[in-house]
Design a protein around this ligand. Structure first.
Ligand SMILES: Cc1ncc(COP(=O)(O)O)c(C=O)c1O
Length: 480
């Protein structure tokens, strides 16, 4: 009855709020961990936030008071900032963003500020592109596992569909030509018009990034099919060690037959700078018509002039941005290693990764059987007993049960140690939960074998932890 009063959009389930991904957040909200006030609470590891380098931001803000209109030094700009409302954005903001994006991509690309279109975060950028590129009922192919909120961002209000390109652990979830062709053919059989391929590079949730050859293959694939390629590069600046991140902006220069009208980039400052609260999203398209229409649509998700003004100032400080990107990468790498190494010591593996604000944890051996029901059962144990909000693979459309995404950059060192310690305690107490035989498990994790269980205990026991260990925490005392 009540529903008749509202639109179909308002009453459908397209937001996805009822998925396990958001359920975990609710569990955290109901009982959030605090080292002193609630040491037994749930630790939030389902949030891909980059909080490791805020001291550097704060320092910059302190030494640049004129960047804010709320200081004596900047208040003379208050009126012009308050009344400015052009949807093209401040020229100095677009220039600063383009330069920052170039810098994050090793200055091997030269993005044009006139192609920068603002949106309300990458969330808004994806929806804008979906509106520009596809009609209701038409589809984008998306390699799995993928960021759960794509189902909301691209589908909910546009009526566009997302079709999985199934990627598997047997080749580290790489995107293969065969998987792309299979997904495309399946859509054709179902009479669904495919309008594009959407990739996230570096990947959320895998924490890996695509090599040049794979990117070239993708460019060839979309050109061959004459469909769009949308590249979400929101984690470009989080690549830590090893090979350099390769942007699609580099690769298209190396594929002469590429139709540039098909290529579109999504970016935001939510991850590389850690500013999701500012809602700075970017559509960067090589297609003039898309730039023009996306700009008109941007009226629905503009970045406030106050934010543009402040960020234009911050991001055009090359010395600051260079140091920030480098230091942020170092800190992310350190935290990533601290976590993954700690888990390896108790026999928990993860996909090898060096990007993003998370890693892809392999708990397949803990499932009663290889089903998504068992994954859900074990996830409830993680939430309710270990009290960690990690995100189950099924919410990322992973095709294989038993994988979980662990976010590691939204907390301090102490909380990290508590989280690790809880996992270790759980594994020790529940050795019998490891369903696979020791032999099988050991074959899969040869590098872990060298550690005897005595040594594992030594490493992970709180009194051997870093000076930042949670020793004084009542939780640790209680669990000891
Ligand atoms: C791959 C990916 N795209 C888009 C978003 C949304 O970002 P924003 O906060 O800029 O809307 C996220 C956030 O987690 C993400 O991981």
């Amino acid at each position: 009855m009540t529903n008749n009063l509202l639109s179909n959009m308002a009453t459908n389930d397209g937001h996805g709020e009822n998925s396990p991904y958001f359920d975990g957040w609710k569990a955290y909200d109901a009982n959030p961990f605090h080292p002193q006030h609630n040491p037994d609470g749930v630790i939030q590891m389902g949030l891909a936030e980059n909080q490791l380098s805020f001291d550097l931001i704060q320092e910059w803000v302190g030494s640049n008071p004129n960047a804010s209109i709320c200081t004596p030094q900047g208040s003379s700009d208050f009126k012009t900032t308050a009344i400015f409302q052009d949807y093209h954005g401040l020229p100095e903001f677009r220039t600063a963003i383009a330069n920052f994006m170039n810098q994050v991509r090793g200055n091997r690309v030269k993005l044009d500020p006139d192609r920068i279109v603002m949106s309300g975060g990458a969330t808004g950028a994806h929806e804008t592109l979906a509106f520009c590129l596809a009609n209701p009922g038409e589809a984008f192919l998306v390699p799995t596992p993928y960021y759960p909120a794509f189902d909301r961002d691209l589908r909910w209000r546009t009526g566009v569909q997302l079709l999985p390109v199934v990627c598997e652990s047997s080749n580290d979830f790489k995107i293969t030509k065969e998987a792309l062709e299979t997904a495309y053919e399946k859509a054709k059989l179902a009479n669904i018009k495919v309008k594009g391929l959407l990739i996230t590079n570096p990947s959320n949730p895998l924490g890996t990034f695509l090599d040049r050859e794979t990117l070239k293959d993708l460019v060839c694939f979309i050109n061959d099919k004459n469909i769009h390629l949308v590249c979400d590069e929101i984690y470009a600046g989080t690549v830590t060690t090893g090979a350099d991140f390769v942007s699609i902006a580099e690769v298209i220069k190396e594929v002469p037959e590429c139709n540039l009208d098909l290529i579109h980039l999504v970016y935001s400052l939510s991850k590389d700078m850690g500013f999701p609260g500012f809602r700075v999203g970017i559509v960067y398209s090589y297609n003039d018509k898309v730039v023009s229409i996306a700009r008109k649509m941007s009226s629905f998700g503009l970045v406030s002039t106050q934010t543009q003004r402040m960020l234009a100032s911050m991001l055009s400080d090359d010395k600051f941005t260079k140091n920030y990107i480098s230091e942020s990468r170092t800190r992310l790498a350190r935290r990533h290693d601290m976590f993954t190494r700690g888990l390896t010591q108790v026999g928990i593996g993860s996909l090898k990764s060096n990007a993003g604000l998370f890693f892809w944890m392999d708990l397949r051996k803990f499932l009663k059987d290889p089903t998504f029901e068992s994954e859900m059962t074990f996830w409830r144990v993680i939430i309710n007993e270990i009290k960690l909000n990690v995100s189950p693979g099924q919410s990322f459309h992973c095709s294989e049960p038993g994988w979980f995404r662990v976010c590691f950059a939204n907390m301090d060192d102490e909380t990290t140690m508590v989280a690790l310690w809880r996992m270790k305690t759980f594994v020790r107490k529940n050795r019998n939960l490891e369903i696979k035989t020791k032999k099988q498990c050991w074959q899969n994790n040869q590098h872990m074998l060298r550690l005897s269980s005595r040594r594992l205990d030594d490493i992970m026991t709180p009194h051997r932890m870093s000076p930042h260990s949670p020793l004084p925490s009542p939780l640790v005392r209680a669990q000891n």
